[in-house]
Ligand binder design. Structure first.
Ligand code: HEM
Length: 126
């Protein structure tokens, strides 16, 4: 029998990033792991660090066993709404924006520097 699932956007999931209210996204599914944090063999910090974004890569990198995957089923609360944009690595979008800012700054400094040198050479020739 088909079942209706809850769908959560990244905004919904981002509202549950605390130790006493923690959701994670793994493989397109959303889990409320609040009650599991203290029991997690990998520690609560790794899970808390992976909230508010797609934690699939971190979950897979840890090489979870079959029993760990079975265990997580009891924390399943719904599907992740993939129509919303999402980062897979923490801070990727922020660091990309910072990099772009730095590039603009570098370009401005180069333009000013070249103008000064050209101006200097021009004046010396006179
Ligand atoms: C409902 C979700 C989760 C469950 C049920 C779960 C369960 C487990 C279990 C049972 C282990 C012990 C080893 C094993 O049997 O594989 C483990 C280890 C570990 N988990 Fe999770 N885990 C969950 C989510 C996560 C997430 C989201 C991350 C990373 C962000 C993570 C990172 C780790 C790490 C790093 C270990 C390493 C332990 C070590 O070998 O030192 N886990 N987890």
């Amino acid at each position: 029998m088909p079942t209706l699932s809850n769908f959560y956007t990244i905004k919904d999931v981002s509202e549950h990033k605390a130790k006493d209210d923690c959701w994670i996204i793994v493989d397109g599914k959303v889990y409320d792991v609040t009650k599991y944090l203290d029991d997690h063999p990998g520690g609560d910090d790794v899970i808390l660090e992976a909230t508010g974004r797609d934690a699939t890569d971190d979950f897979e990198d840890a090489g979870h066993s079959k029993s760990a995957r079975e265990l997580m089923e009891q924390y399943y609360i719904g599907e992740f709404d993939t129509s919303s944009p999402i980062a897979t690595k923490k801070g990727f979008s922020e660091s990309f924006a910072q990099l772009k800012k730095k590039q603009y700054l570098g370009l401005s400094v180069a333009v000013v520097g070249i103008s000064v040198i050209v101006g200097f050479l021009y004046l010396r020739k006179k």
